[in-house]
Design a protein. Structure first.
Length: 300
């Protein structure tokens, strides 16, 4: 994708009214971050007009003494696809896994700040984490179907909630597999092992399993990284189809994938949010030189 030529002078001030601060374009943000300094992020005005499913405010996370996320503030709009991009180790997956509290499984983790899912504080004292995770679907980097039939994989969340109505289970299975663009390929072998599916089919099965519970947000952690180009294309088409019905937050190392599939893109660097806006703006007319340098391949 051709990049717009940004004619920006060093130290040009830009006011970001959402945060009430003035930032400096071309002011060496990345170098400042490398020195351990906190920099201001730039959030585009268009996000003010969106209804947020997920609100993240001043969120910090440490692994022991090492800080992995620094003062992240962003919203994830309802019914849209939001991509997290940035170099390896920039905190994309850590942020994603913080949303459904998977990082709680690491003893040394501590957090500050807040995350709210549809207004409910994810990290407040007394939150039932199991119930919280039922409100989210999670698709991992490597497909992880359970060693059971295709049918039982899809309806797993209903089974553990005690649902026994066969007609309802059948309806959810078909609806979810259709939603994951997999029904026509597996409808005649629903009771065969899910492990016999191809890698791309297994990943779509995992998406079907995730959406069966009708989550408020679908989290995807580099869902295509282990797939071939054909399978990747099918997953990208599926993400496009899910848009509107589901809110999707996706981590991807593939900038072309982010540009093709997402409505909004957030660029992160060493645990800090640099710029967040509409995907077409981020990739063709970003506000910050650092963002332009990254999406044009000058580093990363």
């Amino acid at each position: 994708m051709a990049m717009a030529n940004l004619q920006l002078e060093p130290e040009m001030p830009v006011t970001n009214d959402e945060y009430g601060d003035t930032m400096t374009i071309n002011g060496g943000r990345l170098e400042a971050i490398q020195r351990g300094e906190q920099v201001d992020s730039y959030t585009h005005e268009i996000l003010k007009n969106e209804e947020a499913v997920l609100d993240i405010a001043n969120f910090n996370l440490w692994y022991g003494n090492d800080q992995a996320l620094h003062n992240i503030t962003m919203c994830v709009p309802h019914g849209k696809v939001t991509a997290l991009i940035g170099p390896s180790g920039c905190g994309k997956s850590t942020l994603l896994r913080s949303v459904n509290r998977l990082n709680d499984l690491i003893d040394s983790v501590r957090i500050e700040g807040s995350m709210r899912l549809s207004g409910d504080d994810i990290y407040t004292t007394g939150v039932d984490v199991i119930e919280l995770r039922k409100r989210m679907g999670m698709v991992f980097q490597k497909s992880n179907p359970f060693p059971m039939s295709i049918y039982e994989n899809v309806i797993y969340s209903l089974r553990i909630d005690g649902e026994r109505n066969r007609s309802l289970l059948d309806e959810v299975c078909e609806r979810s597999l259709r939603g994951a663009a997999l029904w026509d390929e597996v409808k005649d072998r629903l009771h065969s092992s899910a492990l016999a599916l191809s890698g791309g089919q297994q990943q779509r099965l995992c998406i079907a399993r995730a959406i069966a519970a009708e989550p408020e947000v679908l989290l995807m952690d580099e869902p295509c990284s282990s797939l071939d180009p054909i399978a990747t294309s099918k997953i990208e088409d599926l993400i496009e189809e899910l848009k509107g019905s589901y809110t999707v937050l996706i981590v991807t190392h593939n900038m072309q994938q982010a540009s093709r599939t997402s409505d909004y893109t957030a660029f992160m660097y060493l645990g800090q949010l640099i710029e967040y806006g509409a995907t077409d703006e981020i990739f063709t007319n970003p506000a910050l030189k650092e963002t332009e340098d990254y999406v044009s391949g000058r580093f990363g």
